[in-house]
Design a protein around this ligand. Structure first.
Ligand code: VGL
Ligand code: ZN
Length: 205
């Protein structure tokens, strides 16, 4: 049984948002078109407290894209984004909410980020996604969403690691590209780990 994972398709990652991903809005239609093909559709939601440790504002003198140490882990710092309860944290309004069965919040602990939909970056706590997939007998996950080289990549690598057949639908992902080549390298890393990349063009269908 296969599940569709929609990674962080939230206002702050769309054009105009606090951590806008170029053409991030284009994944919404791809996601909507896919939903009907899956018995289980799960969305992750980046869901930070207002003083989250991944925010540059928490680290005087640091700018977006700089790397700091957060509770012993290297952390790239970001603009304030996806603060729970704000509009920026909401799922994209055009995303078909009725087609989503579960929403999994992540990044709720101020001292550790959570790029993966499965675990925080320190792998101390699980989000509940794995339990949910096991309960539904899922053995294959298909992934779309934002952003390619952060949350999509981390989720896909963990999925492979947990034993799921893992497919990233590449027309349904977009990246930040903080440094040129980041997205291409992320795709290579996923492939090397055993993630399958499906390049089928689902736009506008
Ligand atoms: C993400 C940076 C910070 C993502 C979340 O969804 O890829 N990236 N928080
Ligand atoms: Zn975040």
């Amino acid at each position: 049984m296969k599940a569709l994972l929609l990674i962080d398709i939230q206002n702050d990652f769309l054009p105009g948002g606090a951590l806008a991903v170029a053409r991030g809005d284009e994944v919404v239609q791809v996601a909507n078109n896919l939903m009907a093909d899956y018995q289980l559709v799960v969305a992750t939601q980046d869901w930070h407290p207002a003083d989250h440790g991944s925010f540059a504002a928490r680290h005087p003198g640091k700018e977006v894209g700089d790397i700091v140490e957060l509770d012993g882990l290297e952390q790239t710092v970001w603009p304030v984004h996806c603060v729970y309860g704000t509009r920026g944290a909401e799922l994209a309004p055009e995303l078909n909410r009725a087609g989503i069965h579960h929403v999994i919040p992540k990044g709720t602990d101020r001292n550790v980020d959570s790029y993966s939909g499965f675990f925080d970056n320190a792998r101390r706590k699980a989000t509940g996604l794995e339990d949910l997939l096991r309960r539904h007998g899922v053995d294959e996950v298909h992934i779309v969403g934002l952003a390619t080289e952060y949350c999509v990549k981390s989720t896909a690598l963990d999925a492979v690691d947990l034993g799921y057949r893992t497919v990233v639908l590449s027309d349904g992902i977009r990246g930040v590209e903080l440094h040129p080549g980041d997205c291409a390298r992320a795709l290579e890393q996923m492939v090397a780990a055993g993630v399958q990349i499906d390049e089928g063009d689902r736009n506008g269908n």
